[in-house]
Design a protein around this ligand. Structure first.
Ligand SMILES: [Fe+2]
Ligand SMILES: [Fe+2]
Length: 446
C-alpha cells in the first residue's frame, strides 16, 4: 500500500502539470518536471501492484484505497474527471514515459469531442466508472458482516464464548465502505428479512451507526467500537425463549418482562468475550435506555449515558420501525423519521437525531413517492445539496400498474412531463405495504 505522502504528491504533480500547460509550452520545466515526477511515482506504485487506481468519488480523490483530502487543491484533476464524465483512471504495468507525457498533453488541452475519444484511447491508461465495482464491493462487505454475526450468534446459542476478532475485522471493512461509499451502504440497510431479522438488523444498525458516527465526527477508535457494539447489541436475545422473541402477537406482561432482560443478558455475554472494550458492553446494556433516562433496565436519575449508546438507539429504532414484522406494521422511512422527531429530547438526544434526519434526507433512500404525473417511484439516491430533488426510479403508472420498463429520473435535472410539459415533482409519500415491493432491489439495481 503506498503511503499517503506519495499519493498526495502524485495528485499534486498531475494537477500542476495540467494547470501549467495552460500557461507554458510543452517543454517548459514547469510542465515537464511535474510530468516526470508523476511518472516516477506511478512507476514506484507499479512495482508494488499491477495497477494504479485514481478515482474521484463523492467529492473525494482516491489513490488506490487512500482518500486524498482537500480536493479543492486538485481542482484541475477534478475538472478533468467531471469533463470526461468518468469516475476512475486505472494505470497499468507497461506504461511508457512517452505514453504518459502524451496523455497529460491531450488531457490538458481543451477537451473537445474528438479529443475526448483520444484521451480515452491509451493502452495502459483506462478511464472507467467505478460505481458498479464499488457497489459489488459494498454488497460483499454486507454479506460478510451478515455471515460473521450469524456465526457469532450461533456460537452463543451453542453455549460457546465467541471471539470478537472477526466482528472487529468486518467492522473495519464496513467503516471503510461507509467512508468511501456511504450512499450504497445506506441503500443496503433497506435489505430487511423477516426470517433472519436479527442478523440483518444487527448489520443494518451497524451501518447506520457508523454513518451517523462519522457524520458526528466521532474519533476513529470510538467509531469502530460503536460499529462493533451495534453488530452485537441484541446478542442478549439469544438467552430469551425464542417463542417470546418471535411471538407474532402482543407480548403478555410476563413475556414483556422477559424480553426486557436482553440488554442485561447481552452485557453479561459480551463481558465474557475476549477482545472487547468496556464501551461495547456498556452500549449493549444501555441501548434501550432513553435520553430522559426512562426505558429499561431501570437506572438512577443521575446516570450518564454513553454517547455511543445514544447514537445506536436512534439507528436501532429507525431500522426496527422500517422493518415489517408480523406484530408491527412497517413505517416508510420518512414516516418513521417524522415519528421519531416527535421524541427528540425524550427518547433521543436531540442533536444526534437532527444529524440522523439530515443524513438520511427528507426523502431517504427507499422512500416510495407519488409524483405530480400520478406515477409512483422509489428514491434511489438522495440529493444532499437539494433535498427535494432526489433520483427516482418510476415503478408504477398512474393506475398503480407496474411499468414494464422502469424509468430513472433525476429531479435535479428538472425533467418535464412529456405530455403536459409541466416540471415533474414529488407530491407525497406512499406506504410501501400498499404495494408488494422490495425497495432494496430497486435501490440497488443498476
Ligand atoms: Fe434491543
Ligand atoms: Fe435492536
Amino acid at each position: 500500500m503506498p503511503v499517503l505522502k506519495n499519493c498526495e504528491s502524485l495528485i499534486q504533480n498531475i494537477n500542476a502539470a495540467l494547470k501549467n500547460f495552460s500557461l507554458y509550452p510543452r517543454g517548459h520545466p514547469y510542465v515537464s518536471q511535474p510530468i516526470d515526477k508523476s511518472f516516477k511515482l506511478i512507476q514506484s506504485f507499479l512495482e508494488e501492484s499491477n495497477e494504479v487506481l485514481i478515482a474521484y468519488l463523492d467529492g473525494v480523490i482516491w489513490v488506490q484505497n487512500i482518500p486524498i483530502p482537500q480536493e479543492f487543491l486538485w481542482d484541475t484533476v477534478v475538472k478533468a474527471f467531471v469533463k470526461l464524465k468518468k469516475e476512475s483512471l486505472t494505470i497499468s504495468k507497461g506504461l511508457a514515459q512517452e505514453e504518459w507525457v502524451d496523455f497529460i498533453t491531450v488531457l490538458a488541452s481543451n477537451i473537445t469531442k474528438d479529443l475526448r475519444d483520444e484521451v480515452l484511447n491509451y493502452p495502459h491508461i483506462i478511464f472507467g466508472g467505478i460505481e458498479k465495482e464499488a457497489k459489488k464491493e459494498a454488497i460483499e462487505v454486507y454479506n460478510e458482516a451478515k455471515a460473521v454475526i450469524t456465526r457469532v450468534i450461533e456460537e452463543v446459542r451453542l453455549g460457546k464464548i465467541p471471539k470478537a476478532d472477526d466482528v472487529k475485522f468486518v467492522v473495519n471493512k464496513m467503516l471503510d465502505q461507509v467512508l468511501k461509499n456511504k450512499q450504497t451502504m445506506l441503500a443496503l440497510t433497506l435489505i430487511k428479512s423477516y426470517d433472519e431479522y436479527l442478523f440483518n438488523h444487527s448489520v443494518n444498525v451497524a451501518i447506520l451507526s457508523l454513518a451517523l458516527g462519522e457524520t458526528l465526527n466521532l474519533r476513529p477508535d470510538l467509531l469502530k467500537e460503536l460499529g462493533t457494539a451495534a453488530m452485537l447489541h441484541d446478542i442478549g436475545k439469544i438467552s430469551i425463549d425464542p417463542r417470546v422473541v418471535l411471538k407474532p402477537d402482543k407480548l403478555t406482561e410476563e413475556e414483556w418482562q422477559e424480553m426486557k432482560k436482553h440488554p442485561v443478558n447481552g452485557y453479561e455475554i459480551l463481558k465474557q468475550m475476549e477482545g472487547l472494550s468496556e464501551v461495547i458492553y456498556k452500549v449493549a446494556l444501555e441501548h434501550h435506555m432513553k435520553y430522559d433516562l426512562t426505558g429499561y433496565p431501570e437506572i438512577a436519575k443521575d446516570y450518564k449515558l454513553h454517547p455511543a449508546s445514544m447514537i445506536l438507539s436512534i439507528c436501532d429504532c429507525y431500522d426496527a420501525m422500517t422493518t415489517h414484522r408480523v406484530y408491527q406494521r412497517c413505517y416508510e422511512p420518512r414516516e418513521a423519521l417524522e415519528f421519531m422527531s416527535k421524541m427528540a429530547g425524550k427518547n433521543f438526544e436531540p442533536n444526534y437525531l437532527k444529524a440522523f434526519i439530515k443524513m438520511l434526507g427528507i426523502y431517504p433512500q427507499g422512500t416510495l413517492v407519488k409524483l405530480n404525473t400520478g406515477e409512483t417511484g422509489i428514491v434511489t439516491r438522495p440529493n444532499p445539496s437539494s433535498p427535494d430533488e432526489p433520483i427516482i426510479k418510476v415503478v408504477y403508472d398512474v393506475f398503480g400498474n407496474k411499468l414494464e420498463k422502469i424509468k430513472t429520473i433525476d429531479l435535479s435535472q428538472h425533467p418535464v412531463d412529456e405530455e403536459t410539459n409541466i416540471p415533474i415533482s414529488i407530491v407525497g409519500t406512499v406506504n410501501p405495504s400498499w404495494h408488494d415491493i422490495d425497495v432494496a432491489e430497486y435501490a440497488l439495481a443498476d
